[in-house]
Design a binder for this molecule. Structure first.
Ligand code: C2G
Length: 152
């Protein structure tokens, strides 16, 4: 039994998330997802609360057939203990985390695999698209960063 672990907020679950979970599960036999709590999202520097609160995101992840178990991700430091506690063989993340201090050091405890992100999908992009839909006209949205949009 090869045990896989991944982490994320997984808010407004979309194809990018599902494609990551499908490929992560294919790396082994049992997939555990560490879903970020609402408090940890704030600690991670999220500019706004997630659309769905932790319990809803957890329940939605549990409904995904690739996912075998969902645990709360409450801080950055818990990963080594999670690897030990759940006898993890491989930690899998999207490659936007490649080189991150939060994951590279885990190589001392298990395999760490970064998978290519699915282009064109993000929770913040969905929020922007819905906003543009809502104002009912094509908008030239020049995104400076996630927190500010100009020339709507
Ligand atoms: N992802 C992807 N393709 C996308 C969007 C997301 O492969 N188009 C992957 C991310 O790389 C990540 C996972 O889906 O591995 C979850 O993404 P987020 O919900 O954005 O999670 P994140 O904010 O990266 O939190 O401790 C680590 C953090 O909890 C990760």
């Amino acid at each position: 039994m090869k045990r896989i672990l991944t982490y994320g907020t997984f808010d407004l679950l979309h194809w990018g998330h599902i494609n990551l979970l499908r490929r992560a599960r294919a790396q082994g036999d049992y997939l555990i997802v560490g879903a970020s709590t609402d408090e940890f999202n704030t600690a991670k520097g999220a500019r706004r609360p997630s659309y769905h609160q932790f319990e809803v995101r957890k329940t939605m992840l549990e409904a995904v057939r690739y996912v075998d178990l969902v645990i709360p991700e409450e801080n950055w430091e818990q990963k080594v203990e999670d690897i030990r506690r759940f006898h993890i063989d491989t930690v899998v993340m999207g490659d936007n985390w490649k080189g991150s201090e939060h994951f590279e050091h885990l190589r001392r405890f298990c395999d760490v695999v970064f998978l290519p992100r699915t282009p064109g999908f993000s929770t913040s992009q969905i929020r922007r698209d819905l906003l543009v839909d809502a104002v009912g006209r094509p908008a030239e949205v020049t995104v400076v960063d996630d927190s500010r949009m100009v020339s709507l």
